[in-house]
Design a protein around this ligand. Structure first.
Ligand code: ADP
Ligand code: MG
Length: 698
């Protein structure tokens, strides 16, 4: 049977094995179905003609009808260009080609009537259109052209002549091959209640929209569908899981917790910490498995909440595990926690990639016998060789670095899935949270410990170093410590390290009286730890580093964060870095150093940083500026970013609307037995089969 979901793209007329391989590799298009779901990224109105005298450089693509008055060539060799003077009687524009000059002069004739299509730009006192599309006026009927779709293509594709136009032709061919309409993916009830276009109409209209109104309807239908199944997948399976698995019941708060609370707790909990502890205690005591996301800005005191939750697990004879994204952070957690637990006879161990040989063996066996109460570590703790006696609670710190699949792996570590507390330092925008962690309950610490002064953020151009150094010097002379952070991006690792090295030498030069630490990802972890330790103990006053210090590092005496080349960091990272200071009682500063030339987007980023310390506001702004696909830390999670048409930054309202509908369906038909919804469960099954990320959610 002819099935478009399996029908190999290579059999489509105009494709063949070579182009099929390119479509596979470049766009992930394997079947006719994939092709139909490869949507245009923009449309240009080709139903309207402009006059030469009305066009200006601000216009996007426009269309003119007229004649070529004559050709001229300029320049030599690689500089050579062909210019055709084109007029419609109201003025003259220059059509320009830098390639294919022979072909163009042979193909187009002077005084023929053509329709020219392209982007006008002013150059040399005249409007220019570079490499325009040209059609014979007699062959083109404008009224049927409507909106012309544009498809994203890659350089590799273009080399095999698979440009946007070629893709459009393939889509046309695909529609010709489909004999019967595709199976509808939403139920008649949902379609009619929400005034949605049927699937087949939507697909046709998204590729060949006759007018903007139908295009909008097609887009809405396809976005709706995409968000609908995303939510259905999350909500349905979290519901099912809740029914299937019981959670461990931590019924008592016992000696360990109470001893800690009365003897060791160094300060009063904030109101927010108390509230969150209550929420967690409810969760772990009620018989359901806890899946909770704890959001709290940097410095809000999440570690303490994590620790107290782990103590409850221990009080109920379970083990607990705390997972951090980096070795430095795991180390720091381990030290902080050991210190906090001093004298309480709780066995805490650290497991990272550097724990090897005999030491590791001993640790693993103690874990298995239940000797170890709290295991703290990096990814190393989810390796297959690590087995617990009775793992009751897992805390994941800075969880955005852990993908959904990794979270799922934890479940295999005990018979019954442990309670999971996921902590994140940078608040996630609501729409993203709903999609990425839609199965998690959310707690928020929205209150900083008392006595903190808001960090003052300043943007400074790098030609004003002297004033920068004098403010740094002043801070150090008052006993404070300083971070100076350099970007590190993989592709240019060498250059970045050189920058860091130069920065380090320069700082040593400017401040000969102080000691300077240096930290980067290329160092061995023992070296890193030793260097970090020197800074923590105050032996060094300045820490020159790459972003390895980004997450979680806690040195309350550090009061200035200088971020070099701040233009190269995302908002999210800037906010994380800034959170390294402002942890003590002193006024702290974050100084964003950039060079003079900044893009509009960078300028906006810096403005936001200077204006606010509010992580939620920053997260929302980041999502708007860059879209979800680019947000640091979220890429690995995979799911939300396979989105083909919906946009989490722009379609927040639709997402909320769709989520409510899905919630209603899941609540009213928990067994999935209503015939009304048959179509939905079927489609969800198909999606979970074809999308690995989706399947890993449950
Ligand atoms: P984060 O939420 O960024 O992980 P931490 O848990 O590292 O924050 O806490 C930041 C600092 O605030 C630590 O030095 C911690 O000891 C301190 N702290 C946490 N809770 C309180 C509190 N209730 N009162 C005072 N200081 C606190
Ligand atoms: Mg932390």
């Amino acid at each position: 049977m002819f099935d478009i979901t399996t029908r190999d793209i290579k059999y489509l007329p105009g494709v063949g094995p070579h182009r099929a391989t390119i479509l596979n590799k470049e766009l992930g298009i394997f079947s006719l179905h994939d092709l139909l779901y490869y949507f245009p990224y923009k449309y240009v109105d080709r139903s309207r003609l402009y006059y030469v005298h009305e066009i200006d450089g601000a216009m996007p693509y426009i269309q003119l009808k007229g004649q070529i008055l004559g050709f001229e060539t300029f320049g030599e060799g690689r500089q050579r260009r062909l210019v055709a003077h084109f007029s419609d009687g109201t003025g003259v524009v220059d059509l320009v080609w830098f390639q294919g000059i022979k072909y163009i002069t042979a193909k187009y004739k002077v005084w023929e009537e053509y329709i020219v299509f392209g982007k006008p730009t002013p150059y040399g006192g005249r409007m220019n259109i570079a490499h325009p599309d040209i059609d014979n006026a007699s062959e083109l009927t404008l009224s049927t052209m409507g909106l012309q779709p544009y498809y994203n293509t890659t350089e590799k594709m273009k080399r095999s002549f698979l440009n946007s136009n070629a893709l459009l032709k393939l889509v046309e061919a695909a529609f010709m091959q489909i004999q019967s309409p595709l199976t509808e993916t939403l139920s008649p009830k949902i379609l009619s209640e929400n005034h949605l276009m049927p699937l087949m109409d939507a697909l046709r209209n998204i590729h060949f929209p006759p007018n903007p109104e139908l295009l909008r309807k097609a887009q809405t239908r396809l976005k709706f569908e995409e968000l609908f199944y995303l939510q259905l997948n999350i909500l349905r399976y979290s519901k099912e899981r809740q029914r299937k698995y019981r959670g461990y019941v931590f019924e008592r708060v016992g000696k360990t917790f109470n001893d800690f609370y009365t003897k060791n707790l160094p300060f009063e909990l904030t109101g927010a910490q108390k509230r969150v502890m209550k929420e967690i205690r409810n969760d772990v005591g009620c018989g359901k498995q806890m899946n909770r996301l704890l959001q709290g800005d940097v410095g809000s005191g999440k570690t303490l909440v994590a620790l107290m939750s782990m103590l409850i697990a221990i009080d109920n004879d379970y083990q607990a595990c705390l997972m951090a994204p980096t070795e430095i952070l795991a180390n720091q957690h381990c030290e902080t926690i050991k210190e906090l637990l001093f004298g309480l006879n709780i066995h805490v161990e650290l497991l990272t990639g550097s724990v090897k040989g005999k030491k590791r063996e001993k640790l693993l066996s103690e874990l298995l016998t239940g000797d170890i109460d709290i295991l703290i570590g990096t990814h190393a703790v989810i390796e297959d060789t690590v087995n617990f006696s009775k793992l009751g609670l897992v805390v994941i710190d800075e969880q955005h670095r852990f993908g959904v699949a990794q979270r799922a792996k934890l479940w295999t570590k005990s018979i019954c899935p442990p309670h999971v507390l996921v902590m994140t330092a940078t608040p996630i925008p609501r729409t993203l949270a709903m999609t990425l962690y839609g199965d998690l309950d959310v707690s928020v610490i929205d209150e900083l410990p008392p006595g903190r002064k808001p960090i003052i953020t300043i943007h400074q151009f790098d030609n004003r170093r002297e004033s920068l150094y004098s403010s740094i010097g002043k801070q150090i002379s008052e006993g404070r410590q300083i971070y100076m952070v350099y970007p590190l991006i993989k592709e240019s690792e060498k250059i970045d390290l050189k920058n860091l090295e130069e920065g380090y030498l320069h700082v040593c030069d400017v401040f000969p009286q102080y000691k300077v630490s240096k930290l980067h990802g290329k160092m061995k972890s023992v070296e890193k730890d030793a260097e970090m330790q020197r800074f923590i103990t105050g032996e060094t006053q300045i820490m020159v580093a790459t972003t390895v210090i980004e997450v979680g590092v806690n040195v309350p005496n550090a009061s200035v964060m200088v971020i070099e080349n701040a233009e190269r960091f995302g908002l999210y990272q800037l906010h994380q870095l800034r959170g390294r200071v402002g942890r003590g009682a002193d006024q702290s500063y974050c100084i964003l150093v950039t060079n003079y030339k900044l893009t509009e987007e960078t300028r906006k980023r810096l403005e936001i940083m200077v204006r606010t310390n509010d992580g939620f506001e920053i997260a929302e702004a980041d999502l708007k500026l860059r879209g979800p696909g680019d947000l640091e830390g979220t890429q690995q999670s995979g799911i939300a970013f396979d989105l083909k048409i919906a946009d989490l930054a722009r379609d927040g309202q639709l997402l909320q609307y769709v989520r409510n509908i899905v919630q209603e369906i899941v609540d009213s038909d928990p067994e999935g037995s209503s015939p009304d919804n048959d179509i939905l469960w079927k489609q969800l099954k198909i999606l979970r089969k074809t999308n690995v990320n989706w399947a890993s959610i449950s």
